[in-house]
Design a binder for this molecule. Structure first.
Ligand code: FES
Length: 319
């Protein structure tokens, strides 16, 4: 599918993937703020890091001086992450002030995003929030005392509504309210819930019921609904004495069933070149071949999938 991106979106994406000086693809070591949002299981993930100039006596007056991101995937994910870093660095924000940046600010910076890609801007705002939460913990800033309520555990707690994307009732309700969502299509465009099997659309306690609950169309019976267990990403088995043959087969299986379909969404592919112990050597193909973001893709998609599903010791190396 060809998306109708603004000139600004295309420019930011091209600058980032060609590694133009001043762009922000990468990760800050020993970052003052570290936040992640999304998951490889959902096809989108963003790691956002920032460094501050520390105030001598009052950490609330720290100023963000550098921001970086790692993400994989489409033009809009990279452009939205790039836009977030630009807004932050151009704005001379304290981490607390940076919380005022919304996904709408990111969309505005990009001169608009296709409706179906709005979730990329939401992912940026969420990763920023998580990074500020992390900074506050490290610097001993009590956000609650300042009246700031970052509900970072919300995605993991509460009744699971959309099992395909692992999204819970409290999180979806908050997003419906914050982003003023009025339809299931709005929800899917903004946070991806409902965008796969669709079984959560009209089931009791599903997306339509949550919309009605926030927007007041009709009463719900959510209190009577059973609490479902959380969907969990596949977990790595404890390291086993797998034979080299079985290990290689398992790596191929995960790449074929899990990684390759996601790369194919962006016309990319991957080839396994060699496997030695727990080191997997690979080459990126197709659209991923000449993308400077391929290191992010390898780290956040390929390596993470193999670690999660086979063995935490696995390292993926691009050759
Ligand atoms: S359960 Fe929500 S899309 Fe499948």
């Amino acid at each position: 599918m060809t998306w109708n991106y603004s000139k600004k979106t295309t420019e930011l994406f091209m600058a980032a993937v060609s590694g133009k000086p001043g762009t922000h693809l990468g990760e800050i070591e020993d970052a003052d703020g570290f936040g992640e949002h999304g998951s490889i299981a959902c096809g989108d993930a963003l790691r956002f890091t920032f460094r501050v100039d520390r105030h001598a006596t009052d950490p609330r007056q720290d100023r963000i001086i550098e921001a970086r991101y790692l993400t994989f995937g489409c033009t809009s994910a990279i452009a939205a992450s790039e836009a977030l870093c630009c807004i932050i660095e151009e704005g001379d924000f304290t981490p607390i002030d940076a919380l005022r940046i919304t996904n709408q600010d990111i969309v505005k910076y990009l001169d608009g995003l296709p409706q179906a890609k709005i979730h990329c801007s939401v992912m940026g705002a969420e990763a920023l929030e998580a990074a500020v939460f992390n900074w506050a913990q490290k610097r001993g800033v009590d956000l609650a005392e300042l009246g700031i309520d970052i509900r970072h555990d919300e995605q993991e707690e509460g009744r699971l509504v959309c099992t395909c994307f692992g999204l819970t009732e409290p999180y979806i309700l908050r997003k419906i309210e914050e982003l003023k969502l009025t339809s299931i299509a709005d929800i899917t465009n903004s946070i991806k819930a409902g965008g796969a099997c669709m079984s959560c659309h009209h089931t009791p306690g599903g997306l339509q019921d949550l919309l009605d609950k926030v927007n007041g169309s009709r009463p719900t019976t959510l209190k009577q609904l059973p609490v479902l267990p959380m969907a969990r990403a596949p977990r790595a088995q404890p390291p086993t004495e797998m034979s080299p043959f079985k290990f290689a087969k398992k790596v191929e299986e995960v790449i074929d069933s899990y990684v390759r379909p996601q790369l194919a969404n962006d016309a990319g592919d991957i080839e396994i070149v060699d496997i030695k112990d727990t080191k997997v050597y690979c080459t990126m193909k197709g659209a991923c071949a000449n993308c400077v973001g391929s290191q992010s893709t390898i780290k956040m998609l390929v390596e993470q999938a193999l670690k999660d599903q086979i063995d935490q010791r696995i390292q993926v190396i691009e050759v």
